[in-house]
Design a protein around this ligand. Structure first.
Ligand code: GLN
Length: 206
């Protein structure tokens, strides 16, 4: 059984712990470098990326985490976690930094104020064979550019379920680069655990 940490500085930590446990992982919180050293994979939860960035530096986790990512630690970033995994961000605050690792440009709060939050069903490569994934977007980012080594797993479709055109059509909202997985949405709050199942299989060596 792989041990998967959830970075527990801020954000929806409990939901990820529950989702990981429900797909058979040993899920533990990570707040200190010695806790990070013990995990086989790590989830960066949704929350507020600027706050998590500051706390990573205060808790002296930023450099150890970067080092483990360089050594191919599997990491799954959801929403704010996706921002943290991005090599470059747009619309960050002036002093905001990322951990980086994934060759993408992510735009923070990309979906705009009028649609701050919504739920939708999405096809996600390697996940949605049994039907579309139920996803929640909460002041979500999107991936604006993806490098050559990044596999796009999901895009916003051109029309919604009522057949209306969607402004964000074609935007990338899930991607993978080697052991790094990122989603703009939160699968952990809709009860759909298939993204977590994918991540657990990545940690197990898949
Ligand atoms: N808007 C948040 C940020 O910039 C992300 C929101 C979320 O994680 N649900 O960090």
């Amino acid at each position: 059984t792989p041990t998967i940490g959830v970075l527990a500085l801020q954000g929806d930590v409990r939901e990820h712990l529950t989702a990981l446990a429900s797909v058979g992982a040993r899920a533990v919180t990570v707040r200190r470098p010695d806790e990070l050293a013990l995990v086989d994979g790590l989830v960066l939860p949704g929350g507020e990326s600027t706050t998590i960035d500051k706390l990573l530096r205060i808790f002296e986790l930023r450099d150890p985490l970067r080092a483990r990512i360089k050594e191919s630690l599997p990491v799954y970033g959801s929403c704010a976690g996706m921002i943290l995994l991005a090599d470059r961000i747009l619309d960050g605050t002036a002093d905001q930094q990322t951990i980086g690792g994934m060759d993408v440009v992510v735009r923070r709060n990309a979906f705009g104020r009028q649609v701050d939050s919504f739920e939708t069903d999405l096809d996600v490569v390697g996940v949605s064979d049994g039907g579309a994934v139920r996803t929640a977007f909460i002041r979500a980012p999107w991936i604006e550019e993806a490098g050559r080594d990044v596999e796009v797993l999901s895009r916003i479709p051109a029309v919604d379920t009522q057949g209306r055109a969607v402004a964000a059509a074609g935007r990338i909202v899930a991607a993978r680069q080697g052991p790094l997985l990122a989603t703009a949405f939160h699968p952990e709050i809709t009860g759909d655990t298939r993204v977590h199942r994918l991540f657990v299989s990545m940690v197990a060596g898949g």
